[in-house]
Design a protein around this ligand. Structure first.
Ligand code: MLC
Length: 397
């Protein structure tokens, strides 16, 4: 069998208000992922981490590797990646490239943060500072996405209610996930009645501040098969990845050129020789509803400008029957950023973890049936400033 690159272990801490530092959480998640792979710290040859907001440090991955006794070690490559919320997916692609180029056999990717245990004012100051120079009012990031949502409403006629349907659907999904922060489903009316954050954005539509960490162990199938007993059938393949970049801040005149997800998805599809029709489960970044709507259009789930109606059809089905089967709307079945929880740059990892659960048939209570063969995960960084997409295949891929 040809060598492929596999996700051989996954691990996460709980998500919520944990009162532990980002570093402690990262260490805990990484040890869980190693245990899931049947490995120890000594089996790692690479570590990739993303920066945290709660405790920003120089060369975060080096800090973590040193803390965990992974450095100094001769055969060890350590790298910090900063593409904002796209970071975990960029890291997944980087790990795959490191392995395919023969630099290492096994690399861990870890993301962690503790932004709910942060003082609220400090969080807001640091989050605003992340996009200083944008000229956006505080809270700057929600206002930035709000501007784009308003553009989409004018350009394509998406309605205020359609935006609110996104978290309302995902609240039904998160209620089925044992680890999610949002435990009770809510309605579109509840979203529209929640406190206003920006002109067309309310609190229930915002990425939900949380503490948490998640980690992946990635290995070449040949190395893993030779040294470890876990069946490769339980280890999804990283089939392809794609990346593209947008401007740091939304430009004065917004147009389709802003969005890089379409380019990233095209690269990932072309290199896998697949199309959207081959994908059975999608984890699409949804820090605010507009991000999810644009992603639906960018990966080709609906025509450009058609995402509002696409979501409304699903919501109407849910509202009429009181439930939506996972196979009827195979998107973000963990609940996404507003309902599962969003520890700053960690959430795309939760998308990967949900994709792994779906591909291995272990998403109890929310499993897409028949079991998906392929999944697409998308991470978005900044205010549409970075896009990274990965296509994953099941263990017999
Ligand atoms: C907040 N609350 C929510 C919620 N978001 N409740 C349910 N669902 C949600 N999605 C609740 C909180 O639990 C809290 O409740 C109350 O609302 C106030 O929230 P807060 O965060 O404690 O304080 P506040 O200063 O009012 O700020 C609210 C907010 C902020 C929405 C402006 O949380 C925020 O800025 N969120 C977005 C974070 C963000 O920008 N992430 C990056 C996204 S961009 P209680 O009961 O405790 O009072 C991205 C790309 C990238 O992901 O690169 O990073």
């Amino acid at each position: 069998m040809a060598t492929s690159v596999r996700i051989v272990g996954v691990g996460a801490t709980p998500v919520g208000r944990l009162g532990r530092s980002a570093e402690e959480l990262a260490e805990a998640a990484l040890d869980r992922a190693l245990a899931d792979a049947g490995m120890g710290r000594g089996d790692l040859q690479g570590l990739i981490a993303v920066p945290s907001l709660s405790n920003p440090t120089f060369m975060q991955a080096h800090q973590l590797a040193t803390r965990m006794g992974l450095l100094p070690r001769r055969k060890m490559i350590v790298r910090t990646i900063d593409t904002g919320g796209a970071g975990p997916i960029t890291a997944l692609g980087t790990a795959r490239n490191m392995i395919l180029s023969g630099w290492t056999d096994t690399v861990a990717v870890v993301a962690s943060d503790a932004v709910l245990s942060m003082n609220r004012e400090l969080f807001r100051a640091r989050a605003d500072d992340a996009v200083r120079g944008s000229g956006l009012p505080s809270p700057s990031i929600p206002h930035g996405y709000d501007r784009i949502a308003q553009w989409h409403m004018r350009r394509h006629g998406v309605t205020r209610e359609q935006l609110a349907m996104v978290p309302a659907i995902f609240s039904h999904f998160s209620a089925r996930h044992p680890d999610a922060m949002c435990r009770e489903p809510f309605t579109v009316e509840a979203v529209l009645a929640s406190p206003r954050v920006a002109p067309v954005t309310n609190v229930l539509e915002c990425a939900r501040r949380a503490d948490g960490a998640a980690a992946l162990v990635i290995s070449s199938s040949s190395h893993f098969r030779r040294h470890f007993p876990k069946s490769l059938e339980l280890c999804p393949a990283i089939v392809s990845t794609g990346e593209a970049s947008g401007p740091l801040y939304p430009p004065a005149e917004i147009d389709e050129e802003l969005f890089s997800c379409e380019r990233a998805a095209r690269i990932a599809f072309e290199s896998a020789q697949l199309s959207v029709r081959d994908i059975d489960f999608f984890a699409l970044y949804d820090c605010f509803p507009i991000c999810f709507l644009r992603a639906l259009e960018a990966v080709g789930c609906c025509p450009s400008g058609g995402a509002g109606e696409f979501v409304e059809r699903a919501w109407r089905q849910l509202a009429t029957r009181g439930t939506l089967a996972p196979s009827e709307f195979p998107f973000n079945l963990h609940g996404g950023l507003a309902c599962f929880g969003a520890p700053w740059e960690v959430p795309a990892m939760y998308g990967v973890l949900e994709a792994v659960a779906q591909l291995t048939g272990r998403a109890a209570g929310r499993q897409v049936t028949p079991k998906p063969r392929r999944a697409l995960v998308y991470g978005n960084g900044g205010i549409f400033s970075a896009s990274a997409v990965a296509v994953l295949g099941d263990g017999v891929y």
